[in-house]
Design a protein around this ligand. Sequence first.
Ligand SMILES: C[S@@+](CC[C@H](N)C(=O)[O-])C[C@H]1O[C@@H](n2cnc3c(N)ncnc32)[C@H](O)[C@@H]1O
Length: 246
Amino acid sequence: VGEGDEPRRLRRAALLAALSGSQPLRRDEIELPGAGERIAVLRPAEFDRLLDAAAADPEQNLPYWAEIWPSGVALAATVAREGEQFAGATVLELGCGLGVTAIAALRAGADLLVTDYAADALALCALNALDVTGTEPRAVLLNWRAAGSVAGLAARGPFATVLAADVLYEMRDLNPLLAVVEQVVAPGGELWLAEPRRVPAALFVETLVVRGWRGPTEVCAGPWPDPEDTRTGVVVNVHRLRRPTA
Ligand SMILES: C[S@@+](CC[C@H](N)C(=O)[O-])C[C@H]1O[C@@H](n2cnc3c(N)ncnc32)[C@H](O)[C@@H]1O
C-alpha cells in the first residue's frame, strides 16, 4: 500500500481484523501454468488448527478455503490465457476460497461477484484481490446447500459466465450444485469448472451433458504450487460448458 493511500490502508486493516481467527497468515507466490503470470496470496499459516476447530462443526464443513488448490490455479491460468470475454462482463464465482481464480478474473476486467460459505474466505479473497489488483470483487456469503440463499443469488443473475474450481469433492454437493448452475447460468451462458477428476465432479459433468450442456475440456498437469501435487501427478480438467438456450 503506497503512502497516502489511506482508504485502502483502512480497508486492509478492517479485512485483517475480520480474520482474527485465521491468523497468522503466510504469503505464497503462485505461477499460473502456461500463462506467464504470477499471483501472490496470503493464507492461514496453521491449517491444522482450523481443521481441529472444524471438528466441532455438526455440518462437517471443512476449512478447505484456506489452502491453495491445483484447480483454482488451473482455472486462473485459463482465465489469464483465454479470458477475453471477461472484460466488462458480470461474472459469478462459486466457492472462491483465497481468491486465486478471482484475481485472474479481475485482472481480465470482470465485474466479479464471489461467493463462499466461509466468511473468512470472503475476507481473504477481498484482501488478496485488493493487494494484487487494487480492487475487490463484490461478495455474498452463500451456502449452496441452502435453497433460500441460492434463490437470493439467482435473483442477482442470470450470469453469462460462472466460475467454479474444486467445488465437487463430496457427493452431498452434487444435486445442490446442479440446481445452482441451472438457476444462475444464463441460457447460452458458460460454466467454467475446474476439477481434479473426483467422482462427484465426473457425475456432475455427465449430468449436465445429458441435459444438453456442451463445450471443450482442457487438461492441465501443472506444475503446481505444492511440489507434492506435481510429484503425485495431480491433473485438472478445465471444462467450459455452455448451457443450451432452450
Ligand atoms: C477445495 S476449496 C477450492 C477453493 C478455490 N475455488 C480454489 O480452487 O482455490 C472449496 C471451496 O468451496 C467452498 N465451499 C464448500 N462447500 C460449500 C458450500 N456448501 N457452499 C458454499 N461454499 C462452499 C469452500 O469454503 C472452499 O472455498
